[in-house]
Design a protein around this ligand. Structure first.
Ligand SMILES: [Ca+2]
Ligand SMILES: [Ca+2]
Ligand SMILES: [Ca+2]
Ligand SMILES: [Ca+2]
Length: 429
C-alpha cells in the first residue's frame, strides 16, 4: 500500500519533543490519499472547475437573518445542487439586497476557449410548466444578478446587460418576453440536476432537455465578451431590486460557478514532466492519468485542461468529474477538518485513525481502530466539535470523510491499488 504526502503538515502547534505528531488527511469518496509527517505544509491542488475561495463577501439587506450557521460560503465552492426545472436548488447562499461575493480560483485559471467559459448557477426555476416546444409560453422565478470577472482581483470587467430591462423585473415570475432581454445577467436560466459542464445557449431551444434548457441550466458567460483571455476572480452582485419574498433568502441565491475552459496553476516546487499543467503526483495519485503524456485519453484536450474543467483526463467522455477534497486546520487547541460540497442534502461522517495501524490485507486497506469524530454532519466542517486529541510523538493521525450514513455512498474510498478502506472498529453509523 503506497501512501504519498499530498496535504502534509506538521501539528502546527508547539509539539511535544522529540518528534511532532502530525495530522494526516486521507480523502474519502475518492482515490486521494494523503499523509502528514513533520514536513513543510504543501497543499495538493486538485484543480477542479469550482472556485477555491470566497475572497470577499458583503451580505446586503435581509428582512430577517438566516438561522445560525446557515450562511455557509463553503457551499459556493462545490458542484451545483440538485434541483428540478420547477424547484430551485437549496444549496445556495443568499446575498441579500445589494450584497455581493467574489469567488476566487486559486489552483486554476479560467481561460477564453471557444464559446462560453464559465457558468453561474443561481436557483432560478420555471413558475409555469417547463415549455415543451420553443413556442410555448412560460415564466421564470428569476432573481437576476450582475457578473464581473477579473484576472488580478483589481481590474474587473462587467458583462454587459440591458439596465432598462433589468429595472422591469419587479414580480416573482418573469414572463419569457422579458427573460429574453435579460441576457448577460445571472439567475435567468432555470437550473436542474444534469451535466453542469454543458452550457445552455438561451437562443437555442434544446428539445432533448427539460424546458428546452441544456446541461444543468444556469447562465453561461464568454470571457471574450469583456475582452479578457484569463480570469481568476468572479464577482456576483445583487442589483437591489424590490423583488422576492422578504426573509433570510432575500437577494440573489448563489449556488456556484463552474469553469468550462480552465488550466491548472502549478504550485511552487511541483514537477510537471509532460507540461500539461497537472503535477506528476496529481496525475499518478489523484487522476490516474499519464505523467509522461499530455493528452492521456487522446481526445484532443490536455490532461490539465480536462481536470480544471471537471472532466476526467484519463477517460474520454463528457461526464462531470472532480476529486473530493479535505483540508485540516489547527484552530486553537483543536484540529478542524473541512471538506468540499458533494451535493444537496448530503450528510457526512468524519473518522480519525492512526497511520501505524494502516495495512493492506485480504484485498482491502484495514484502517484499524478509528474514532468517529462527527456522525451525519449537516455542514462542511468539524469546527464545532473541538477535536483536541494529539498523536503520540513520532506517530500520525489520518482523517477521512465519507458520505453518510454508512452504505449510502462510496465509503471511505480506495487506495491507489483500488482496495477499499475499511475501519476495523469505531466507525460512524
Ligand atoms: Ca470563450
Ligand atoms: Ca503533467
Ligand atoms: Ca499527463
Ligand atoms: Ca484529454
Amino acid at each position: 500500500m503506497d501512501i504519498t504526502c499530498l496535504d502534509c503538515r506538521g501539528s502546527g502547534r508547539r509539539a511535544p519533543p522529540p518528534l511532532a505528531g502530525a495530522r494526516v488527511v486521507i480523502a474519502g469518496l475518492a482515490v486521494a490519499l494523503a499523509i502528514a509527517v513533520p514536513a513543510p505544509a504543501r497543499a495538493q491542488a486538485t484543480s477542479d472547475c469550482f472556485p477555491d475561495r470566497v475572497a470577499a463577501l458583503s451580505i446586503g439587506a435581509v428582512a430577517s437573518p438566516p438561522a445560525t450557521n446557515s450562511w455557509q460560503p463553503g457551499i459556493l465552492l462545490g458542484p451545483p445542487g440538485s434541483a428540478t426545472p420547477t424547484t430551485g436548488s437549496l444549496s445556495v447562499m443568499s446575498l441579500g439586497h445589494g450584497g455581493s461575493v467574489v469567488l476566487e480560483f486559486t489552483d486554476n485559471v479560467i481561460i477564453d476557449g471557444p464559446g462560453p467559459d464559465l457558468v453561474v448557477f443561481e436557483n432560478a426555476f420555471f413558475c409555469t410548466s417547463p415549455p415543451a416546444t420553443a413556442a410555448d409560453p412560460y415564466s421564470v422565478f428569476a432573481e437576476p444578478g450582475i457578473v464581473a470577472v477579473s484576472e488580478d482581483g483589481t481590474d474587473y470587467r462587467t458583462f454587459p446587460y440591458d439596465a432598462a430591462a433589468l429595472a422591469q423585473v419587479t414580480t416573482l415570475c418573469t414572463d419569457r418576453s422579458l427573460i429574453g432581454q435579460l441576457h448577460g445577467l445571472l439567475g435567468i436560466t432555470p437550473s436542474f440536476t444534469g451535466n453542469y459542464t454543458v452550457p445552455d445557449d438561451p437562443l437555442v431551444f434544446d428539445a432533448g432537455a427539460p424546458g428546452g434548457v441544456s446541461g444543468h441550466g444556469g447562465d453561461a458567460f464568454d470571457l471574450a465578451t469583456v475582452g479578457l483571455s484569463r480570469a481568476r476572480f468572479v464577482r456576483l452582485t445583487d442589483p437591489n431590486l424590490p423583488l422576492g419574498i422578504p426573509g433570510p433568502s432575500d437577494g440573489v441565491d448563489i449556488d456556484t460557478v463552474v469553469a468550462l475552459h480552465a488550466r491548472p496553476l502549478l504550485q511552487p516546487g511541483q514537477a510537471d514532466t509532460d507540461g500539461d499543467g497537472l503535477s506528476d503526483e496529481a496525475e499518478q495519485i489523484l487522476y490516474q492519468s499519464d505523467p509522461n503524456r499530455v493528452d492521456t485519453d487522446a481526445d484532443g484536450v490536455p490532461d490539465g485542461e480536462e481536470a480544471a474543467s471537471c472532466r476526467n483526463p484519463s477517460i474520454a467522455g463528457t461526464d462531470p468529474f472532480f476529486i473530493p477534497d479535505i483540508d485540516l486546520r489547527v484552530e486553537g487547541a483543536a484540529t478542524v477538518a473541512g471538506w468540499n460540497f458533494l451535493g444537496s442534502a448530503v450528510l457526512y461522517d468524519v473518522i480519525r485513525g492512526g497511520t501505524k495501524a494502516l495495512r493492506s490485507i485480504g484485498g482491502m486497506v484495514d484502517l484499524g481502530v478509528v474514532t468517529c469524530i462527527e456522525n451525519d454532519s449537516t455542514d462542511l466542517t468539524t469546527r464545532n466539535l473541538a477535536d483536541t486529541v494529539l498523536p503520540l510523538p513520532g506517530e500520525a493521525f489520518f482523517y477521512l470523510v465519507r458520505q453518510a450514513p454508512a452504505g449510502s455512498g462510496l465509503g471511505y474510498g480506495a487506495s491507489s491499488a483500488h482496495e477499499p478502506r475499511i475501519p476495523a472498529s469505531g466507525d460512524c453509523r
